[in-house]
Write a protein that binds this ligand. Structure first.
Ligand code: PGA
Length: 243
């Protein structure tokens, strides 16, 4: 089970340091659960300084596929490794929606990060229009197959996050049945070890989602910004992975 907090464009270095210190105090080891936080690039160092050697890993929110070059605003895998990050999220729907990220660039980022030894959470998911038009499976197939083409044998460090766009930041969560159906579909396309669910995961709905057989963890946005709610989700995951 993997619980990852995607902080998006929240928390600079100061807030990151105090959050991470508080998180370590709250956690009791949470056996059976891998815990990740993904701060903004500028806050990676602060997170690593607090969390190094402990149970919580630090991921970036994106990574470029080239080692270096004239790519303003981008960060390479070796830069991330040098700052102590051990993984990266790629292809988040906000990157796809607002920053022209495509299936191809998502796949390039995923493949380069994995090759460089980083873990990856690669995001897929349909919009509301696509779901209402009955295109969910076609969209997931296209997105997952792009990743599979670049990374034919999914390594242990790769997780796919199913994040229906209509559930992100809206307070509307996919029902556990809808999530399960999409996760099973993704897994049928691509034998990845972990399929995470993302989209308005909170302490109140974490259990019903995480008990579904193909839901192997969560990518948490809003609820990961608060130490208490994030810890509660991690504890739920730990309890479920013991039972
Ligand atoms: P949310 O975000 O939990 O705030 O819906 C999830 C995500 O975007 O990864």
């Amino acid at each position: 089970m993997l619980i990852a907090g995607n902080w998006k464009m929240f928390k600079g270095p100061g807030e990151t340091a105090s959050f991470c210190a508080a998180l370590l105090e709250e956690l009791d080891g949470e056996p059976g659960v891998d815990i990740v936080v993904a701060p903004a690039f500028v806050s990676l160092h602060a997170a690593v300084a607090e969390l190094e050697g402990g149970p919580v890993r630090v991921y970036a929110q994106s990574v470029h596929w080239e080692e270096e070059g004239a790519f303003t605003g981008e960060v390479s895998r070796s830069m991330l490794i040098a700052s102590g990050a051990t993984g990266a999220i790629v292809g988040h729907s906000e990157r796809r929606q607002y920053f022209c990220e495509t299936d191809e660039t998502t796949a390039l980022r995923a493949a380069a990060a994995l090759e460089g030894g980083l873990s990856v959470i690669a995001c897929v998911g349909e919009t509301l229009d696509e779901r209402e038009a009955g295109e969910t499976e076609a969209v997931l197939r296209r997105q997952v197959e792009a990743i599979a083409a670049a990374v034919p044998e999914p390594p242990a460090g790769l997780a796919v996050a199913y994040e229906p766009v209509w559930a992100i930041g809206t307070g509307v969560t996919a029902t556990p049945e809808t999530a399960q159906e999409a996760h099973a579909f993704v897994r049928g396309l691509y034998p990845v070890e972990l399929v995470l669910y993302g989209g308005s995961v909170k302490p109140e709905n974490a259990e019903e989602l995480l008990t579904k057989p193909d839901v192997d963890g969560a990518l948490v946005g809003g609820a990961s910004l608060d130490v208490v709610s994030f810890t509660e989700i991690c504890r739920t995951a730990a309890r479920l992975s013991r039972s």
